[in-house]
Design a binder for this molecule. Sequence first.
Ligand code: FAD
Length: 477
Amino acid sequence: MNKVYKVGIVGGGVSGAVTALELDKYGIDNVLFEKESSVVNGPPFCHLHAGGNLYPDISDEQCRILMKQSIEMARLFPQSIDERPTFISIQKSQKYSVEEIQDRLKMLVNYYKSLIEEDSENEILGAPEDYYKTYSKADLVELYKNDYSENPTTPDQWMTNAIKFIDYEQVKTPVTLVQEFGWNLFRLGAQAQLALKKAENSLLKTNTKVQSIKDVRDKQVDHNWEIHTKNEIFKVNYLVNASGFKTGKIDESLHIKSERLIEFKAAYVSKWEPIAGLIPELIFHGERGTPNGMVQLTPYSGDYYQIHGMTKDITLFKDGLIKSRDNEAQPHFNDEINQKLIKGWDSEDVKTRTEKAINSVAKFVPSFKSAKVGGPPLFGAQQIPGKDETLRVGEVSFPYPSYARSEIVKASSALTVANQIIDKIQEEEIVPFISERTNLNPLLASISKNEIDKMAAQLALSRSYPEALSRLVIERD
Ligand SMILES: Cc1cc2nc3c(=O)[nH]c(=O)nc-3n(C[C@H](O)[C@H](O)[C@H](O)COP(=O)(O)OP(=O)(O)OC[C@H]3O[C@@H](n4cnc5c(N)ncnc54)[C@H](O)[C@@H]3O)c2cc1C
C-alpha cells in the first residue's frame, strides 16, 4: 500500500476515537485501528467526574481539571450525558470529614463560575450557585415527609426521592447533592462510531489488530512508521499509541522503557423492582480497598442499576493492581484475571460478585436487598501512567519525535489529549500551522439523536448487555 497517512492511531477507545475525529476536523488524514468490531469497547464509564467528588483523596487541582475536561467532553457528546445529580455521603465509620468535602465544593463553585466567564456555553452543569446543595439531618427528616416526584427537577425533589430509600443513620450528616451527571458509554460509542463512518479524512479499521510497528525514521523514506496488521502494512508519519492498558506492548515493540500501573476492575448490573420516582446516583464514601470501601449505585433506564463497591470482593480484585517490572513496559495480570479479560466470566462468579455488590448497597438502601442480577458485569483494565495509583488525570506523553502515547485515566481527558497531540504534530511540522482551533466538532454535532438511539442499542445488545443500558434516565431532545 503506497498511501502515506499523516497519522496512524492504534486503539479505538474513547481516546483514539476522539483523536481521529479531531484530526479529521482539521483535514488531517489518519487511520484508526481497533481490534474489536466497534469503537469505545474498552473499560466502561458511567460517571462524568465534573468536579472529582467521587475522590476525597485527590488534590484540588485534579478536581478542577476533571471539571474542565468533563465539561468539554459533555459539550462534544451531549447525547451521552444523563442529567441526574449525585448524592454524596460518608459512611459513619469513615475518616473523611464532611467539612473538607464542603470546602472543596465551595472552591469548585468558584472555578465553575470562571469557566462560564470564559465561555457561557460551559454552563452545562446548571447555574453555579446550584452546583451543590447541602442537607442537614433535620432537613432530611423534613424532606422525608414530602411525596415522591416521579420526574424530579429540583434538588429537594431529587433528595426527597433518595431519602425515602436511604437509611441516613448509616452516614455522616450533612450530606450533599452535586451536579455530577451520568455518562453513557454506549451512546458516546455510537456517536463516535457514526461520525467516524462519515469522516472524510479518517479511515476506521475495526476488527483490525495492530501486530507490530516498524520504526523507519532513519531510512530516508517518505514516512516514519510502518504499522503491520495481519494482511497489510500502513505507512504513517505520526504514530499515536492509544491502546489503553496495552500501551506498554507497543512501547516494548519500539524498545522504549516506560513505567505504568494497570488495574482490573468491574461494575455489576442489577435489576431492582420499579420504585416510585427517579433517584440520583448514590455515593457512600469509605476507604478504598478496605471492607468498607466506597459504594456507588448508578441508576440506568428500565429499572437497571450499576454497582461499584471499592472492596477486593466486588469491584477490586486480589492482584488486580499491577505495575511494570524491570525492563518490561507492559505489566502482566495473573491467569485468573486474564481469563476474565479475554475469555469472559463464568456465571457463578457473576452471580456471587453481583450479589455481594447488592448486599453492599443494601447496608445503606435496605430495600435494595430485593435487587437481582441484571446482566453481565461491565469490566476492564484501566491504565495509570507512572507509579501513583491515586492519579485520576493521566494524559499524553511524547517519548520520541513523531510518537504520542495517550494514557488517560478517566474518559474525560480524551479531548485534552487530542488537542495536545495536534499541538505536537504542528510543532513537528507534520502538518501546517492551523490558525483557528475550536473544541466544537461539526461532524459529531451532525449525528442525530435517532441515529445515536439505534446504534447505542445495537452496541449494548451486541456486547450482551440489556438494551435499556443504552438509554438515558432523563431523555434529551
Ligand atoms: C470499572 C471501571 C469503571 C470506570 N468508570 C469510569 C467513569 O465512570 N468515568 C470515567 O471517566 N472513566 C471511568 N473509567 C475509566 C475509563 O474507562 C478509561 O479512562 C477509558 O476507557 C480509557 O480510554 P482509552 O481510549 O485510553 O483506552 P481503552 O478504552 O482501553 O481503548 C483502547 C482500545 O485499544 C484497542 N487495542 C488495544 N491494542 C490494540 C491493538 N494492538 N490493535 C488494535 N486495537 C488495539 C482495544 O481493543 C481498546 O478498544 C472506568 C474504568 C473501569 C475499569
